[in-house]
Design a protein around this ligand. Structure first.
Ligand SMILES: [Zn+2]
Length: 363
């Protein structure tokens, strides 16, 4: 069973039989949480990632602002992607206090560096460049924190299980490359926040809906294909010079409305065709595309119990939620991009419930 631990991050990797066993014998979940705890401990730093000052008690930073999660929570709880991935070792429900949190910076920094964008009163108009930079900074920190944790998790897994060693090594080689790229993104965002610059990011989409959507999301994703099946990022390009470009998406449910923003680093030309296609779509279609993209590319969205049934029953959403780019190992016999084009085909957005549309509004 220990060998399985290495693959728990491969979403939906359990057979029905294994799921049944894991649900009835709690010792596996206990073991997993012990390993998670060890990995968290090993990944813990002794200085604040932002100011560099010694730190023992890190801030419980939220990747999605707490005030947004509260607006979609039921009795303080929100649902996770595991609602459809159905991994018995992972949580399907999370309290707002622990949803999407990371511990990398000190309390003083957390209260300062995100203060503009984390103030719900600042959303009467389009987010300012300062707010956008703060979002980018948060996204980079969250990604760094996640990679630091995963690297330790795989190190521990390799120690426990000899047969998982090859797999963990491959995963950690990728993690190290990702980490370096996130550090570059972080430095850029940090500079933008500190200099209060206005031209580091380009907002390619902004929308304010006059209702609350049941999904909260904030993060950056690396899209692989656009609406016409053209390549955006070639994730199989082995060249160290080839840098993956991310697009930032935020879906923030406020008290009575929702603000959606999509932005890129200024100069990231790979997304130009994508956002031009996106902006031509009617609003309903844009919302369906955004829903599909976040389920397909990320595991960091949280949603309301009000849509639990719709999410769990949509086969296309379940497939999207379980799609992992790692599963497609390139072989000389087929073109991996052709496979990616099919698995990441955005026209599947027409097959899912349009969860950001008014039909599913919370208020
Ligand atoms: Zn600090």
């Amino acid at each position: 069973m220990v060998d399985k631990i290495g693959s728990t991050l491969n979403l939906g990797a359990f057979s029905d039989e294994e799921k049944k066993l894991l649900r009835t014998d709690f010792s596996y979940k206990k073991k997993m949480s012990k390993i998670n705890k060890e990995a968290r401990q090993a990944a813990k730093r002794d200085t604040c990632y932002f100011c560099g000052k010694p730190c023992t008690s890190f801030c419980n930073s939220h990747s999605i602002p707490r005030f947004c999660l509260k607006n979609i929570a039921t009795k303080g709880d929100v649902l996770t992607l595991n609602t459809l991935v159905d991994n018995p070792l992972m949580d399907t429900e999370k309290g707002v206090e622990e949803a999407g949190t990371f511990h990398l910076i000190c309390n003083e920094c957390d209260s300062k560096i995100f203060s503009d964008y984390e103030n719900p009163d600042n959303y009467t108009t389009q987010p300012t460049p300062k707010m956008i930079s703060q979002m980018a900074l948060k996204n980079a920190l969250k990604s760094i924190s996640k990679r630091l944790f995963e690297i330790e998790l795989f190190n521990i897994t390799a120690k426990i299980s000899a047969s998982a060693r090859g797999f963990t090594q491959v995963k950690n080689n990728i993690n190290e490359i990702d980490l370096k790229e996130y550090e570059v993104n972080y430095k850029k965002a940090k500079k933008a926040v500190e200099k209060n610059s206005t031209n580091d990011y380009y907002v390619c989409y902004y929308e304010k809906l006059d209702y609350i959507v049941p999904i909260a999301f904030q993060g950056s994703v690396a899209l692989v294909v656009d609406f016409e099946g053209n390549m955006i990022n070639n994730i199989y390009n082995p060249s160290p010079e080839y840098v993956i470009q991310n697009i930032h998406i935020s879906i923030l449910p406020l008290k009575t409305e929702t603000v959606i923003t999509m932005f890129i680093e200024d100069g990231d030309k790979r997304y130009r065709r994508f956002y031009k296609q996106f902006n031509k779509l009617p609003l309903e279609d844009k919302l369906a595309a955004l829903t599909y993209i976040i389920f397909l590319y990320s595991e960091d969205m949280y949603f309301s119990k009000s849509i639990e049934k719709e999410v769990a029953e949509s086969q296309t959403l379940c497939n999207a939620g379980q799609t992992s780019q790692d599963m497609l190992s390139p072989t000389p016999f087929f073109d991996p991009f052709e496979t990616l084009k099919v698995s990441h085909d955005l026209s599947k957005r027409h097959e899912i419930p349009n969860l950001l549309s008014e039909k599913y509004r919370i208020l």
